[in-house]
Design a protein around this ligand. Sequence first.
Ligand code: BG6
Length: 300
Amino acid sequence: MDIKSLTKKFSSKGSLEFRQQGDGLILLDIQNQYAHATVCLQGAQLLSWRPLGSTPVIWLSEQAVYQQQKSIRGGVPVCWPWFGAHKDDPNMPAHGFARTQEWDLAEVNSHEDGSTDLLLTLEGNKDVTPLWPYAFTLSLQMHIGAALEMSLTTHNRDKQAMVISEALHTYFQVSDINKVSVDGLDQCSYLDKVDGFNEKIQTGPLRIDTEVDRIYSDTTDVCVINDTGLNRQIVVSKSGSHSTVVWNPWAAKSAAMSDMGEQAYTKMLCVESANAAANSLQLAPGESHSLQVCYHVIEL
Ligand code: BG6
């Protein structure tokens, strides 16, 4: 649907407004009594969520590029149907293709309590999505309120089983990476991507003082991002997710990314709710699976 039709169908002045950014990407700004949020229809990528009275919770790069077929640096990219590099073919796009496709905005519901729900969908089959020659429906539900809830559902409409890996690759905004620790991963084993995927065990809270790129396996626990600079905690709860990925590129890699910038790594931390590596999922024909997250902020 083009911006004119979307505006006619869903917009409401002051609370739901569409605009275009960069290379024609369509963004929806939501303002309700709990929060401000922005969602880009390409990739069904939430770009911001700021509960009223709070500092933004989701980080978006100041150097983000708004281009067709390119994932925006920040927000919540949807990694699907594979997480990271493709397992057999290094020429396939990193983190799959869902994050660079145009999704359909299927529903917008403004509730009486003042919160807003969105439903975005992406359908494919061997003709439409040759990189993933299965019939599927992917949907992302978002609930924008005092908490942010997202549910990513994969429905296998094919006659054969499919194996997927996936993540809601959330970039959280922090005051200063040196003032941050993450609870909830103690004693979890992880694959250390910056050390040849060696398997290691986390001990105690996670502090970040170098490049960190880890897939924590077999964990369904809540993570808490403690930010002493902002005197707040971000609580990351999830269900249907057995991996947690933590990523911060640190100085050299941040500087090398043109859509990130030299100091950007000090202001962000990705804590991604995932099913990756050994926690990849097999879906039988007709089967569905949902990965759900809920984020809320505790001001201290
Ligand atoms: C993380 C991966 O999830 O995403 C990292 O673990 C990767 O290895 C990072 O560098 C960013 O990926 P991209 O493709 O958005 O630059």
